[in-house]
Design a protein around this ligand. Sequence first.
Ligand SMILES: NC(=O)c1ccc[n+]([C@@H]2O[C@H](COP(=O)([O-])OP(=O)(O)OC[C@H]3O[C@@H](n4cnc5c(N)ncnc54)[C@H](OP(=O)(O)O)[C@@H]3O)[C@@H](O)[C@H]2O)c1
Length: 338
Amino acid sequence: MAANFIDTSKIPRIALGSGQSIPSIGMGTFGSDKYGPGEVSAAVAGAIRAGYRFFDCASVYGNEDRIGAVFEEALASGGVKREELFITSKVWNDMHGKGDVLLSLAKSLKDLRLDYVDCYFVHWPFPNYHAPGCDGDARNPDSIPFSTDKFMEVWAQMERIADMGLAKYIGVCNMTIPKLEAVLKRCKIKPAMLEMEQHPSFQQQELFDYCKSRGIVVIGYCPIGSPNRPERDKAPGDVADTELPEIAAIAKARGIHPALVCIKWAVQRPAIPIPFSVHEKNYLANLKAVTEDPLSPAEMEAIKGAERNCRLIKGQVFLWPGAKGWEDLWDLGGAITP
Ligand SMILES: NC(=O)c1ccc[n+]([C@@H]2O[C@H](COP(=O)([O-])OP(=O)(O)OC[C@H]3O[C@@H](n4cnc5c(N)ncnc54)[C@H](OP(=O)(O)O)[C@@H]3O)[C@@H](O)[C@H]2O)c1
């Protein structure tokens, strides 16, 4: 019978600027409005046993309390030490006001049963939020366009929690090059990480290279193309990464699931994918994939051809009155969309 855990020393690691290093794969914890806190936290417990040491959490996923109980038990049992884990959380868009970032982190720390998180992220770079589980047409009339000044007010709060030792690193999500250009020069503490959508049909090569050249570690979300994403994030024309001919051909030749080709590609880029699954067979296979049979240079090259510019998490529910369409969130014209 195959082992149901992976030797953690075999999992490649990525260096952070500080000299610390982190596993080159993590586990996502967003249940996609489909899996409840009990199912996700059970998967986290299984994933710790399997050898995962990096967990991507967020207050808006609505499950940090249950996941915290799992961390508490794992640490108390002595099976894993706190310093071996890399645990992230994120401030949701409705907690950007003065003093709110600290409040939000305090709640996440209480729920996660931790004294500090390893990285705390700004989940989206504006205070626009939607109700949990909303559909794709939902809009909040209070939504506003990105403002560098407003973002810096949030970032100052992030820097404060880093200074307080409540987050070892601070990071951003869902940013663009124009937004980073505006923000980076005003940061006292630069973001250590950018969490961004990344999968073979949406490689974001320019943003990836931008981060690499500035020492910002890339965490890739939706690494398998998020086949079970919420309905609000599905649109006509979206492609399925696991069905792309470039991915399917490599999977077929190797006799593995196309999801594992996506994971290997991400790790070899190198970025840190954070695939989600509640199924042991799948999350174990994802972890194992990064420890064996790397893709060849020719296979890596072939996957460059899988690029389809297919953004899945378009974010239209965050649009402000007067915005033209979801493209406005992503500064496609090369400047911050006013
Ligand atoms: N910062 C942000 O704004 C942001 C946005 C989106 C997501 N995220 C993070 O990124 C994480 C991952 O994104 P995601 O869950 O949307 O997408 P994903 O990881 O690309 O896809 C997850 C889906 O892939 C399936 N899967 C996983 N491993 C598989 C395997 N080996 N074989 C076949 N199917 C497999 C799972 O199905 P089964 O459950 O059936 O196995 C699951 O439904 C989230 O959980 C969250 O932590 C962050």
